[in-house]
Ligand binder design. Sequence first.
Ligand SMILES: Cc1cc2nc3c(=O)[nH]c(=O)nc-3n(C[C@H](O)[C@H](O)[C@H](O)COP(=O)(O)OP(=O)(O)OC[C@H]3O[C@@H](n4cnc5c(N)ncnc54)[C@H](O)[C@@H]3O)c2cc1C
Length: 559
Amino acid sequence: MNPSEPAPDGSTRRTVDVDVDVLVVGAGITGIYQLHRVLEAGFSATLLEAGGGVGGTWYWNRYPGARFDSESYTYGYLFSKALFDEWEWQEHFAEQPETERYLNHVVDRFDLRRHVRCDTRVTAADWDEASGTWSVVTDAGTELRSRFLVAATGVLSVPFLPDVPGRQDFRGASYHTGRWPTTPVDLTGKRVAVIGTGSSGVQLVPAIAGDVASLTVYQRTANWCTPLNNSPIAPDEQAQLRADFEALREILNTSIHGFHHPAHDRAAFDDSAEDRRAFFERMWNSPGFTKMTSNYTDLLFNEAANAEWCKFIADKIRSIVEDPETATMLIPKDHRFGENRPPFVTGYYEAFNRPNVSLVDVKATPILRLTEHGIETADGEREFDVIVWATGFDFGTGALLRLGIHGRDGLALADHWADGPTTFLGVQTTGFPNLFFPGGPHAAAGNNPRYNGDQVDFVTDTLVHARDRGFDTIEVEPTSERRWTDMVDRGAASASFGEISYYFGTNIPGKPRKYLLNSGGRPMLFKVIADVRATDYQAFRMSRSSAGSGDRSEPSVTG
Ligand SMILES: Cc1cc2nc3c(=O)[nH]c(=O)nc-3n(C[C@H](O)[C@H](O)[C@H](O)COP(=O)(O)OP(=O)(O)OC[C@H]3O[C@@H](n4cnc5c(N)ncnc54)[C@H](O)[C@@H]3O)c2cc1C
C-alpha cells in the first residue's frame, strides 16, 4: 500500500518511508490477535511492546494469586480450532503463569514473534498529513512509519500509585501488583503491607498470608467479594470441551457479556424468601461471574433485589470471619453489588482468621505518610519489610493518553479527550485518521477478549474494505462518533447505579467523570458493526492520500 510516484527519470520511487502498513502497539491478547489478523490479511505489520515479553496484563501482573475471573477456555482465542484443541487449560480459572505461557504459545504457533519488538515503549505518534502516515517514536529514539496505527494498549495497563506523602522515603521493598518483577520475590517471613482491596489485592492476600510473618491489609473500599470456586479441569471435561467447541464458540460469540453462563429467567421477588435464599446459596457456590450473569434478572436494576443479595453476602462474611469487628469492616457500606467491579476470591475472608493477618480501614484511620520503615496512620506507625500497592490502574484512557498522540493539525489526543473520550465503536475518534484503538474505552463490558476480538475483526475488515477500494486513509465521520458517544453517555446517565467505580475514572484524581465502558454492551457493538457493513462503511470517510500535497480531495466512500 506504499504510495509511489514516477521519478523524473521515469522510474518509480518511494516518496514516503512507510516501514509497514500497520504498526500495532501492545502485545496483550488484543494486540497479538490484531497482529495475526492484519498479517493474515496480507498487510505488513510490526508490533511494539513496552514490556520485556508478550502477554500484556498476563506479563505484568505476576503477583502471587493472579489469575482469571473468566473461565480459561472462554478467555482464550476461538479463531482456531487447532489452537483450542492443542491447549489444555489446567484449571477453570487459570493462574497467571499459564496464561502467559498460552499467549507465548500463540505468538510462536502463528509465527508472530519475528514481527514483535519487546522492550520498546512508544513515546510519541504524529499524524503526517502530507504522506498520510503515522510517525511513531520509541523510547530508544527510533522513528517508525506506518500507514495505520493500532494502539492495543489496554484499559488496565497503567498502574496507579496514590500520592501518599513520603512514598519515596520507605527504605524497604515496594511493588505494584501491576508491575510485579519477573524475578522471584521471596516474601517468606517478611512483614508485609498490602494497600488496596480491589480485584488484585483480594487475590494476593490469601496467596501470601501463610508465608509472611505478618500481613497488614489497608482497605479504603470494602468490596462485595464472592467465591471464585475454581477447580482443575478433569480429562473427561477436557474432551467434552473439545467436542463442544463449535457450540461453545457460538455461545461466546453471541453472548451479551462474552461468557457462556446462561441468564436466569426470574426476578428476585418472583421467589419466596426461602427459595431466594436457596438460589443465592447456589449462586455463592457457582463459578466466577455467574453471580452477575446468571443471577436474578433485576439484580442490577432493582435496589431491593440488590440489597437482598448484598445482605446474603454480608451474612456470609459474618459467618466466615471470626472477629466481628473485622467482619463489619469487610462489609461494604458505600455501594451495591455490581457498582464496583466485583472481585472473586479464594480464601480471602478466611485469611483474616489467621493470627498474623490484620485489617486497617483507611477511611476511619487514614494513611498520613510513609516513613523510612513503614506506614503511619493516626494510630501510629507500623513497620514493614515490604509494601505492596494493589491500588489499581488508570482505567480506559490511561495508556492511550500516554502515547503522545497528535492527529490532524497537531491536535493532541489528550486535548481532544480533555473532557473524556469520544469514540466510534470504541475503535476510532475524529481528527486522528488511520488510528484505531481496539480494547480501549467504550467497547463493552464482560469477558474482555470476546468484545476486544470483535473490535479487532472489525478494524481488520475496515482496513481490507478500504484497500479493496483503493483507499488508504480512514477517518470516522463526526456524526458516527457523536451518536456512539451520546449512546454511551446517555446509558451511563440513566443507569440506576452511582458513578463510584473506576469505570467512571473515579479512582484517578482530576480525571473527568465519564463512563469508560459502553452502556449498550456487546449487543450495541454487534448492531452498529452490522449497520456499518450493511451501509458500505458510510460511517467512515475514506480517501486516497495524495502524498506530498496534503490534498485530501479524493471522494470519500460516503460521497
Ligand atoms: C490482574 C488482572 C486480572 C484480569 N482478569 C481478567 C479476567 O479474568 N477476565 C477479563 O475479561 N479481563 C480480565 N482483566 C482485564 C485484562 O486487562 C483484559 O482481559 C485483557 O488482558 C486486555 O488485553 P489487551 O491486550 O487489550 O491489553 P493489555 O493486556 O493490558 O496489553 C496492553 C499492552 O500494551 C502495552 N503498552 C501500553 N502502552 C504502551 C506504549 N506506550 N508503548 C508500548 N507498549 C505499550 C502494555 O505494556 C501492555 O503489555 C484482568 C486485568 C488484570 C489487571
